[in-house]
Design a protein around this ligand. Structure first.
Ligand code: KG4
Ligand code: ZN
Length: 355
């Protein structure tokens, strides 16, 4: 099948054409994240206004880069939630309008089911992922551990009790005076820092749980900055990074990143201890772009196949993953009814049946 997908759940306007859920024929993203570098986060109304301007040109570009015409398409897929309501509506209203005009079915996709499908993109047909598998979704809004039995069946093993992993990177970056999004800027500042300089405690270490908690680490970072008496100017790591100056800021960034990644990989290890039959582990979502996390996860997943998206652009929000998720939904249960709604808070249990 050839599927055109739209993804507009946060600050990006993305369109892609994917064949059979694996072959990415085009993947176009217009992001307004640079506009939010100073505000430290996305301003919802501004994001939606930019998306209204971008959505039709981005679709045109995706179709022309894929070298196809609208009549070649089998379906249109679109993120229906969760996310920022105004942004989501730009995508779903556009998808429904062009679906009606072009007489093509429109499939509403859960954003996280998209992330979970991102490990299939550009996979070699002889080396496709195999169920059952353990999947960690770590993004700006979610941190969940899933035991997946198929594309649409699985069991939620653990989730964050407070902030999401990406949110912890973004808020930590704010405390350190680093630009948004925090993940890449903390990773860059950490490169010349000592990850052992500030040993932050692992969260929930004494509890027998696969849940996550990040707010304590963020508070620990805040207190460490206070105790070091770092003035707001001196925590402007971004300036120091640019001028190549070494200092405790880099050590703070490195230690904080290490603590976040240690917590995430510790949960993977615990989950595999409980489910030794699982032979395959997937890391998805924006935080799966993190190199240290990939290294530490590999240590937790010895003898298992560890997969993450084939490109960094498939880790962060993109439309190709939404097309892949729609393809697999259709393969498992046919074209779904067009009776879905756009929802800002949509639990993944609405898209994955418990197994
Ligand atoms: O999946 P995503 O693009 O959007 C959501 O669905 O939320 O994830 C965005 C999050 C942001 O919090 C960003 O800081 C984080 O992913 N991120 C990273 C890296 N690249 C993006 N976190 C850690 N290391 C990275 N290299
Ligand atoms: Zn996402």
């Amino acid at each position: 099948m050839l599927i055109l997908a739209l993804e507009t759940s946060c600050d990006e306007t993305a369109a892609a054409v994917v064949e059979d859920g694996v072959h990415v024929r085009s993947n176009v993203i217009a992001s307004s994240s640079e506009a939010f570098t100073r505000s430290g986060g996305v301003i919802p109304e501004e994001a939606a206004r930019k998306q209204i301007e971008c959505v039709l040109p981005v679709i045109d570009q995706a179709l022309s880069q894929a070298g196809i015409m609208k009549q070649d398409l089998d379906a249109i897929a679109v993120t229906r939630g969760p996310g920022l309501l105004g942004s989501l509506l730009v995508g779903t209203v556009t998808a429904r309008a062009i679906g009606t005009l072009w007489k093509i079915p429109v499939v509403g996709v859960h954003h996280l089911l998209g992330h979970l499908s991102s490990t299939w993109l550009e996979s070699d047909p002889d080396d496709l992922p195999v169920f059952p598998l353990l999947a960690l979704t770590a993004s700006g809004g979610h941190t969940e551990l899933w035991l997946r039995a198929s594309q649409t069946r699985g069991q939620l093993l653990g989730r964050t009790r407070d902030d999401a992993a990406g949110e912890a990177f973004d808020k930590g970056a704010g405390l350190l005076g680093l630009p948004y999004p925090g993940g890449p800027s903390i990773a860059a500042a950490a490169e010349s820092g000592d990850p052992k300089k500030f040993p932050f405690p692992l969260p929930l270490i004494k509890e027998d749980t696969l849940d996550f908690s990040f707010s304590g680490l963020k508070t620990a970072l805040r207190y460490t900055i206070r105790d070091l008496n770092l003035s707001p100017e001196s925590v402007m790591v971004s300036k120091l990074v640019l001028s190549g100056v070494e200092g405790s800021n880099h050590d703070l960034a490195a230690s904080y990143q290490h603590a976040l990644c240690a917590h995430l990989s510790d949960r993977l290890k615990r989950a595999l201890d409980r489910h030794p039959e699982i032979r395959e582990v997937h890391l998805v979502g924006g935080v799966s772009a993190n190199r240290l996390l990939r290294l530490m996860a590999a240590q937790s997943c010895t003898d298992r196949t560890l997969r993450f998206p084939k490109r960094l652009s498939y880790c962060t929000d993109n439309a190709a993953m939404i097309a892949a998720a729609a393809e697999f939904m259709i393969q498992e249960s046919g074209i779904p009814e067009n009776d879905w709604e756009t929802e800002a808070s949509l639990p993944l249990t609405s898209a994955i049946q418990s197994s």
